[in-house]
Design a protein around this ligand. Structure first.
Ligand code: ARG
Length: 420
């Protein structure tokens, strides 16, 4: 006689995995709570952190399957460069390294969830940061049916020590080395560092905060020149040589870092309503944003240049707030793309002890006309035309003053010394 045995099919949860304490503990915790198979996913966004050995670690921790994908190229082309072209700096300062990485990681999670027919995805973000919003809004936009779990928002552990204790009890491998007092997120576009003493905005960051840049006062006594070539708003070469995008960014991180360029100390407004203090190291992003804008000064029409700065702010807000996969983002991209048709040329910069200055710029689309700008004999500017222009340009103010003089607007102040 045949006995049919009901084999319960386990659910599958896709977990964004870094190999750190939180995501390691998460594997086991989710497995127990949901009685599920855990599939870990790691994206290589160009972080300096060693990714070798991660697979073994994930399996030892209890993962059922492990995925790792090198998405550096996609990150640079599809996320970093559009933001660079848009001149997106959050609150005029932060090049958005962490914020740009999240939508790509979310996409990766969704891809794996689809392939594995998983119904849930989980991330290791805390309940008071921006990253939880970025992950969850991105996943909602890409795969509205997927359920998102955020164990850090609901689990019982009150401290790192309690997590370590849990890890030990469950034989989860955790690093024996002393943990950094900082929370660090890192990719090719920059490093974000917070927590520890940095939470006090009155304190200068101690030297051990910085991983990739030297202090300006330790930088070489000789300046270094770098020339960056752009094509349609995208950096394509360094010092006259064509360079692959990923290599170019790595190289500029090294050069800039060696000169103490790209350190940012920022009190910023988080989406969840609080101000936080974060230290960023982003030499390549800092240099490229600066150079790109200098080239736009040369090649963009005045109105486009000025209008675009409004778009830049909107674009930065949208990236910061996790709205990468939004219709507004696509519409803004279309605008930006149109402006970049002439942003081709070179910008030469001087790096010296933490500072960066532009020294030369060239472009086949340069709108700078020497004949119009010069004060020498070759001058072709029609000086006489200015008088008519000024007459009409100043007409509204002239009219305003005449009307005001007749006492039709504001009354004189009682103690005014001006007599008419
Ligand atoms: N404040 C940055 C942002 O919201 C970085 C967040 C992650 N920072 C960190 N140190 N883990 O994009």
């Amino acid at each position: 006689m045949l006995t049919t045995q009901l084999v319960e099919k386990k659910q599958k949860i896709v977990v964004a995995y870094s190999g750190g304490l939180d995501t390691s503990v998460m594997i086991r915790w989710l497995k127990d709570k949901y009685h599920a198979e855990i599939i870990t996913v790691t994206g290589n966004l160009g972080q300096a952190k060693e990714l070798a050995g991660l697979k073994e670690k994930a399996y030892k921790t209890g993962a059922w399957k492990f995925y790792i994908k090198d998405v550096k190229r996609e990150f640079v082309r599809e996320y970093i460069f559009p933001a660079l072209k848009a001149s997106a700096l959050y609150e005029k300062a932060y090049p958005l390294a962490t914020a740009l990485g999240r939508p790509l990681l979310a996409k990766l999670l969704v891809e794996v969830a689809r392939r594995e027919k998983a119904t849930m995805v989980a991330h290791g973000c805390t309940g008071k940061g921006n990253d939880q919003v970025r992950f969850e809004v991105s996943i909602a936009a890409l795969a509205p049916d997927l359920k998102v779990l955020a164990p850090l928002r609901e689990w019982e552990f009150k401290s790192r020590e309690e997590e370590i204790d849990y890890a030990k009890r469950h034989r989860i491998p955790v690093k024996a080395t002393v943990e950094s007092p900082y929370s660090i997120d890192e990719n090719i576009w920059g490093t974000s560092i917070e927590c520890g003493i940095l939470e006090d905005p009155t304190v200068e960051p101690p030297t051990d905060v910085f991983q990739h840049t030297v202090a300006p006062e330790q930088a070489p006594h000789k300046p270094e020149y770098v020339t960056i070539s752009f094509e349609k708003g995208i950096p394509v070469g360094l010092n006259g040589k064509k360079l692959d995008a990923v290599q170019l960014i790595h190289k500029l991180n090294d050069i800039g870092g060696a000169h103490g360029v790209g350190r940012i100390d920022l009190v910023e407004n988080r989406l969840v309503g609080i101000k936080s203090r974060e230290i960023y190291e982003a030499p390549a992003a800092t240099i490229l944003h600066f150079a790109h804008t200098e080239l736009e000064r040369l090649t963009l029409d005045k109105q486009v240049f000025n209008f675009k700065s409004l778009i830049a702010q909107e674009y930065a807000n949208l990236v910061y707030n996790g709205l990468w996969y939004s219709p507004l983002k696509n519409a803004l991209d279309a605008f930006v793309e149109e402006t970049q048709r002439t942003v081709t040329g070179t910008v030469k910069m001087k790096l010296y002890k933490g500072a960066m200055t532009v020294v030369a710029r060239t472009s086949p689309y340069s709108l700078y006309s020497a004949k119009l700008a010069t004060y020498r004999e070759e001058d072709q500017f029609d000086h006489k035309a200015s008088s008519g222009f000024i007459k009409i340009f100043g007409l509204p103010l002239k009219t305003f003053r005449q009307v005001q003089k007749n006492g039709l607007t504001r009354k004189k102040r009682p103690h005014s010394k001006i007599h008419s």
